[in-house]
Design a protein around this ligand. Structure first.
Ligand code: AMP
Length: 389
């Protein structure tokens, strides 16, 4: 077995030329590998789908299910350092990898971020505001929670949900039974949380390396459509105080959770300037794709620097930017209008074969002198509908 460095050795630096193993071969892995290869690292990815987005750009892909321990062992053998591009890593695989390989991100963070109950309780224990919530077992718990928290409220599965899946916005007591019966079919724990009447959704990505050096990327203002991220607007249209507070929260979470790599912190901003953390993700995040073209260092480069315990790069914003996601239904219009895209728009496509509706296929970073101008450029393309907000 390969000797691997210890996560407790803070002086350990993984030098270019080393191989980074990525659990998960989707678009995040692909963009990590593209950035890391430019920096001189090699990549091997593990993903069940042959020719996965990351497999296309990595040195090698192990085609194996995420819970395949033998596959994970091969990944460990081939890699000098292992990272993951999603948080739903099988607990046993994570344990095996930690024993047999160098996994600076660790698995503790995974167990917290995989479960909304742990995630919210942990963040609340730091004194950072989250929407008040209750854990739901039986239907009677839901009735009691709604009596205490009021309506509207949002019921969510504690595990497994993403992009609004496994969620129900409860508006009146008549729909409680149907919501409970539907969501409890997943057979996992449920929570219900107070609806936060937010003015904006925002996010900050913090990076931290093994030595404890920490930086944050500029806060993004995020607009969702059908619960899927649609636009990230940077700089976010809010005050310096809110931006500073959001960055402080992200740093505090990164530090207290002992993050190595990236952590994306999604927050609700209310009209009176209060921030509530909604959820965190220990990896590059869709709301950080703007950094690829608008910051000195992209979130993907930063992730590589952080897990390799290199000095972190500058997160300075070089230009206002708006990122717009390209879902399955947008691919054809984007391709047919390529010659109409502004010259300051950077197109990123993930190499996915099938352009299913709502599937994330790529994104466009539109750089401009102001975010309003960038939004105007996106509107005039008429690919995502006319009006954006
Ligand atoms: P999540 O899966 O927790 O990120 O939730 C998906 C989306 O649902 C969020 O981006 C919000 O737009 C909305 N949402 C979730 N929780 C709440 C809440 N407590 N209050 C208001 N909106 C919410």
């Amino acid at each position: 077995m390969k000797r691997h460095p210890s996560v407790t050795d803070k002086s350990n630096v993984i030098q270019p030329g080393a191989t980074i193993g990525l659990l998960g071969g989707g678009q995040l892995g692909r963009m990590i590998a593209l950035a890391g290869r430019a920096m001189g690292y090699r990549f091997v990815t593990m993903d069940p789908t042959e020719d996965a987005p990351c497999g296309q750009v990595a040195d090698q892909q192990i085609v194996a299910a995420f819970e395949d321990v033998e596959g994970a062992r091969r990944l460990a053998e081939l890699s000098d350092v292992i990272s993951y591009e999603f948080e739903n890593v099988d607990a046993y695989v994570a344990e095996v990898l930690e024993q047999e390989a160098f996994v600076p991100q660790g698995s503790r963070l995974l167990s917290i971020t995989q479960n909304r109950i742990k995630e919210k309780s942990t963040i609340a224990s730091f004194g950072i505001p989250v929407a008040p919530f209750r854990v739901i077992g039986e239907f009677a718990d839901l009735e009691q929670a709604v009596a205490e928290l009021g309506l509207p409220a949002v019921m969510k599965t504690a595990t497994g949900g993403y992009d609004g899946k496994g969620q129900w916005v409860l508006k009146n007591t008549e729909e409680l039974r149907e919501a409970y019966d539907t969501l409890s079919q997943a057979g996992v724990e449920l929570i219900v949380e107070q609806f936060v009447p937010f003015e904006k959704e925002v996010s900050v990505i913090a990076a931290r390396n093994l030595s404890g050096e920490m930086v944050t990327f500029p806060m993004a203002e995020n607009i969702h459509r059908d619960n899927i991220l649609h636009l990230s607007i940077v700089p976010a249209r809010t005050t310096d105080d809110v931006r500073a507070e959001a960055e402080r929260i992200a740093k505090e979470i990164a530090e207290k959770l002992d993050v190595v790599g990236l952590i994306a912190v999604e927050m609700f901003l209310t009209r009176d300037g209060q921030l509530y953390v909604n959820e965190v993700a220990p990896r590059p995040h869709n709301s950080g794709h703007y950094t690829m073209d608008a910051c000195v260092t992209s979130q993907f480069e930063q992730h590589v620097l952080a897990v390799c315990n290199q000095r972190l790069g500058s997160t300075k914003l070089l230009t206002p930017v708006v990122m717009v996601n390209i879902l399955g239904e947008h691919v054809e219009p984007v391709l047919s209008k390529q010659d109409k895209l502004p010259a300051t728009a950077k197109l990123h496509l993930y190499g996915k074969q099938e352009a299913k509706a709502k599937r994330k296929m790529g994104h466009l970073n539109v750089l401009a002198d102001t975010v309003e101008e960038a939004i105007g450029m996106i509107e005039s393309l008429d690919i995502w509908g006319g009006k954006q907000e």
